[in-house]
Design a protein around this ligand. Sequence first.
Ligand code: PGA
Length: 248
Amino acid sequence: MKPLIAGNWKMNGSLAANAALVKAMLDGLDGKTPAADMALCVPAPYLAQLQSQLTGSAIAWGAQDVSSHEQGAYTGEVSATMLKDFACRYAIVGHSERRQYHGETDLLVAEKARLALAHGITPIVCVGETLAEREAGQTEVVVKRQLAAVIHAVAHCTSEIVVAYEPVWAIGTGKTASPDQAQQVHAVLRAQLAAATQHPERVHILYGGSMNAANAASLLAQPDIDGGLIGGASLKAADFLQIVASAH
Ligand code: PGA
């Protein structure tokens, strides 16, 4: 299975900055097939821009969230059908920043994953423990609970999701989980997927949390780390391409 390296721009960018960043990435690829599948998850207002710049290229695009509702009186929300209008391949769901700052529960995240899949969008389901949970020995319990809600909601489509293990204490902090620490949790998630689908090996389990050009290779060398979800380093073309090149 080819690794997947997905960028998460978070709430960063502008028309001018995006155009330059995407151009630098495409120039860096120079028409060659990258060592990993690539995607950029960008703020919703820029999906049209990414669609026009990336159509026909090796880089897919996606959103950072999706509504748990189909349509209607949900001010500020963006539906899966709207994302589909802009040919999004992916939508991140349950990012820890959404769980933490927007009160998203396991159930809500699961519903978002289900709706995305129902509309032909691959959900990148984020799971991960806080520092307090890790120190209390709760890491496994927390990530399994978060993933279980999604597996329950998507049922026989479990092999179609992407999972991202993102320890909250590693996100944007410069503190990366060690390859061993990450692999341990990825193995737990793989085993959980194996109980839910006949093809657990088809599910990309990405690592996220301060992954960068310097540490990517050792993380991606782990048997159950199938790619990365990259925040800060996805805002720099050279770093992002270096991460992609270190995938194998
Ligand atoms: P980071 O973010 O790479 O900046 O730590 C990762 C994420 O939040 O997806």
